[in-house]
Design a protein around this ligand. Sequence first.
Ligand code: PGA
Length: 231
Amino acid sequence: MEKRYIIGNWKSNKTVKEAKDWLTTFHQVTVNGTLDTDRNLVTIVCVPFVHISPLFDELKTLLSEKFNLLLGAQDVSPFPDGAYTGAVSAHMLSGLVSYCLIGHSERRTHFAESDEIIAQKAKQLLKYNIQPILCVQDANIPIPDGITLVAYEPVWAIGSGKPATPEHANEVASMIKSKKPQVEIIYGGSVTADNVGTFLSQPNIVGVLPGGASLDTDAFSQLLAHAKHQN
Ligand code: PGA
């Protein structure tokens, strides 16, 4: 069966303690059987930089046949290691995360990130075998070479409680794929347990990127349960 991606985006939330508590609870819910593992469902949680190392250490003892969760970052420096105060390079992330979001609309809007900067970030990540998840806000955003996973996230659907219709998301995904046939498309913007199945049933959509619904273990577990059902 085809792989499906459920990629949580915590954005700028949680203390380290809250992050560890989330992991403990999520692990319990999963291994207690309410949510058995489906190997075709790739579950990733993209967390703030400060949580990556502590969660990586906790995960080492939790990962098992019944529990599989991958860590992702939410951003990366466009530069290599060096004199770039405050920046976290792809080299520093290597070995800790498997995926990294780039080009999220919140980064483009609040941090003035351009397509050129985002392309530099993609290059850095690919150099260290971290898979970029490129967020695009429409079908015209340039997709740098080497990108294989693209998240279509219409700005008006993010955090608004008003998701795109699955048909619209599928149509934009199809437009993106007509230009870059090798990429896989996921959808993000107000995804919840209630609507995840409608997105995953679209032929051009292989996953979802929930923000708000990934912060709470109950909401995230329910979302996964519905996604599994859809599989
Ligand atoms: P949301 O966020 O699910 O809270 O709308 C999605 C995102 O911005 O990635």
